[in-house]
Design a protein around this ligand. Structure first.
Ligand SMILES: Nc1ncnc2c1ncn2[C@@H]1O[C@H](COP(=O)(O)OP(=O)(O)OP(=O)(O)O)[C@@H](O)[C@H]1O
Ligand SMILES: [Mg+2]
Length: 248
């Protein structure tokens, strides 16, 4: 029997486009000085994919991620998220966008020291519309047995996994991670990457991970290479490596 040719929109995950960034620029002006943080960036993100953004310091990675996440606005260009032009949203609409659709993970975990892991995650689930239980989110990142520990009783990597659980507990469509392993040694960093991969697989959360560690690019389906405010190329990995198998 001949096979059926079903055409899908292209993309590493074989799914539709969730973000479409076009001709994005960001210019910072401080007094006389002008810095072009982004200088004409085009990038699509596909539903459910794992994308790594790789590039040297100052190349514009965080600037792009912050624009995708609605933390910042471009100077020019557009970002379409599921048919909505983020650059046209009001401040309150942008806040609602972030709250409903985006999870963030940063290099520093920003957990509340006086609250347990479960309580830190619970702060978010209380205000979300369709959250998972904090226990479930912590289970997903491998911290089921550490629910009642305070941040000071957890390693750096465990604290970062609590931060990931907190970011995903509201079931965001997108998870944006800015140097999530930047403060961690390789062994701990790998556990954090394992948690991100597990979330991407199990919840199909579109995930973008910034790093300047080249080894980490192998966990992605696609890699966007940054230099001087531009994406100079995008590579598709033939296969995704398990974080445990990357050469850190
Ligand atoms: N608020 C700001 N005001 C002025 N310049 C800024 C601001 N934020 C970023 N920049 C500049 O924009 C450029 C891009 O910064 P960005 O933070 O996006 O780089 P990055 O690739 O994330 O670097 P790193 O790997 O060091 O985090 C840099 O030259 C930076 O100095
Ligand atoms: Mg940065």
């Amino acid at each position: 029997m001949p096979s059926l040719h079903v055409t899908k929109p292209g993309g590493a995950a074989g799914e539709g486009v969730i973000f479409s960034g076009r001709n994005l620029t960001k210019i910072y002006r401080t007094g006389e000085l002008e810095v072009r943080a982004l200088n004409g960036v085009d990038l699509d993100l596909f539903e459910g994919e794992m994308l790594v953004l790789l590039g040297p310091s100052g190349s514009g990675k965080s600037t792009l991620l912050n624009i995708l996440g609605g933390l910042d606005r471009p100077t020019s260009g557009s970002v379409i998220f599921k048919g909505h032009n983020l650059t046209r949203l009001s401040e309150s609409e942008l806040t609602a966008y972030r709250r409903e659709h985006v999870g963030f993970v940063f290099q520093f975990y920003n957990l509340i020291p006086s609250l347990t892991a479960r309580e830190n995650v619970g702060l978010v689930t209380e205000i979300a519309s369709n959250p998972m239980r904090p226990e479930e989110a912590l289970e997903l990142v491998g911290l089921g047995p550490r629910l009642n520990h305070f941040p000071s009783q957890l390693s750096g990597g465990e604290q970062q996994r609590v931060a990931i659980a907190r970011a995903i507990a509201k079931r965001p469509e997108v998870l944006l991670c800015d140097e999530p392993t930047g403060a961690l040694d390789s062994k701990t960093g790998i556990l954090v990457l394992e948690a991100l991969v597990a979330v991407n697989r199990e919840l199909a959360t579109t995930t973008a991970v910034i790093t300047h560690n080249r080894a980490i690019k192998d966990i992605a389906q696609r890699v966007a290479f940054f230099a001087d405010g531009k994406i100079i190329r995008v590579e598709e990995n033939e296969r995704q490596l398990d974080p445990a198998d990357i050469e850190w």
